[in-house]
Design a protein around this ligand. Structure first.
Ligand SMILES: Cc1cc2nc3c(=O)[nH]c(=O)nc-3n(C[C@H](O)[C@H](O)[C@H](O)COP(=O)(O)O)c2cc1C
Length: 234
C-alpha cells in the first residue's frame, strides 16, 4: 500500500501517531509530509529522528513544508491518485479549520485538497474531538521553583543545541527533545511529559463536526484505529 502521512503541529496524539506510522512502515511505503509546525513540534518532543528513520527512497520521502515552497509540487501525486490513502494524524485545530473552509495554503491542507481531487481516501485524526477537558502532554519544561540557580548550570552545559537559557526557560525552537538536560540537572528542575488539562473550544469542535460531513474524508478518534480502518480499504 502507498500511504501519504501528514503530521501537523499538535503535541496531542503525536507519540501515538508516530508509533502507528512506524508499525505501518514495515509493510507499506509511506511518504511523510510535515507542516512547518509539525516539524518543530516533532523535534520538541524528541520524535523527529524516529520519523526520519522510516523515510528514504521513492514514495518513502520526507516532505518538509519549506522545501515544497509555495505550490507544494509533491501534493500533485494525490491529485494523480498515486496513493491508496492520505492520513493526517495528529491534526491541529488550525488545519481542521482550514480544511472545512476549503483553504489549501499549507503542505498538509493542499495535500488534503489534492487528495479530494484525485479520489484518494483521506483519514483525519483531529486533536479536538469532543467538548470538555482533555489531558495533553508537554515537551521539556524548566521548573523555576526547583531550579537552584547554580552558578554554572549543568543542564545548560549538557545541551547540544544550546537551547537552555539558564534560570529562565528552554527555547523550544532549538530543543530536539534529547533529554540530556533532564539527566544532568542535579535538582531535577527539568521534566518532560508533564500532563496538563486543556479546554476544548466550541469553534474547534464545530469544525470537527463539519469535517465528519465532508465527502471523501473519514474522521477517526485515535491513531490506534488506523490499522483496522485501512485494512478494510484493501
Ligand atoms: C509544544 C506545542 C504543542 C502544540 N500542541 C497543539 C495541539 O495539541 N493541538 C493544536 O491544535 N495545536 C497545538 N499547537 C499549536 C500549533 O502548532 C499551531 O497552531 C500551528 O500554527 C499549527 O500549524 P499547522 O496546522 O500548519 O501544523 C502546539 C504548539 C506547541 C508549541
Amino acid at each position: 500500500m502507498r500511504i501519504g502521512w501528514a503530521i501537523t503541529g499538535a503535541g496531542h496524539l503525536l507519540d501515538e501517531s508516530v508509533s502507528v506510522m512506524e508499525d505501518l512502515a514495515k509493510d507499506n511505503k509511506i511518504t511523510v509530509l510535515l507542516s512547518n509546525a509539525g516539524e518543530e513540534v516533532l523535534k520538541m518532543y524528541g520524535l523527529f529522528e524516529r520519523v526520519t528513520a522510516i523515510t528514504g527512497g521513492y514514495y518513502r520521502e520526507l516532505a518538509l513544508e519549506n522545501d515544497q515552497s509555495f505550490s507544494y509540487p509533491i501534493s500533485g501525486r494525490f491529485s494523480l491518485g498515486k496513493y491508496d490513502v492520505l492520513i493526517v494524524s495528529p491534526t491541529t485545530s488550525n488545519t481542521v479549520a482550514k480544511i472545512v473552509n476549503g483553504i489549501s495554503d499549507t503542505l498538509v491542507t493542499n495535500s488534503v485538497a489534492q487528495a479530494g481531487k484525485g479520489n484518494v481516501k483521506t483519514i483525519i485524526i483531529p486533536v479536538d474531538m469532543e467538548s470538555g477537558d482533555v489531558e495533553t502532554i508537554l515537551p521539556s519544561k524548566l521548573d523555576l521553583e526547583s531550579c537552584a540557580d547554580c552558578e554554572s548550570c549543568e543542564a545548560a552545559q549538557s545541551c547540544p543545541q544550546e537551547a537552555i537559557i539558564a534560570k529562565q526557560e528552554i527555547d523550544l525552537l532549538k530543543c530536539v527533545g534529547c533529554g540530556n538536560c533532564q539527566n544532568s540537572c542535579p535538582f531535577d528542575a527539568i521534566k518532560a511529559g508533564k500532563l496538563i488539562t486543556i479546554h476544548m473550544r466550541e469553534i474547534d469542535i464545530e469544525n470537527t463536526h463539519k469535517l465528519v460531513l465532508m465527502n471523501g474524508i473519514d474522521v477517526l478518534k485515535h491513531p490506534k484505529e488506523i490499522k483496522d480502518f485501512i485494512s478494510d480499504l484493501l
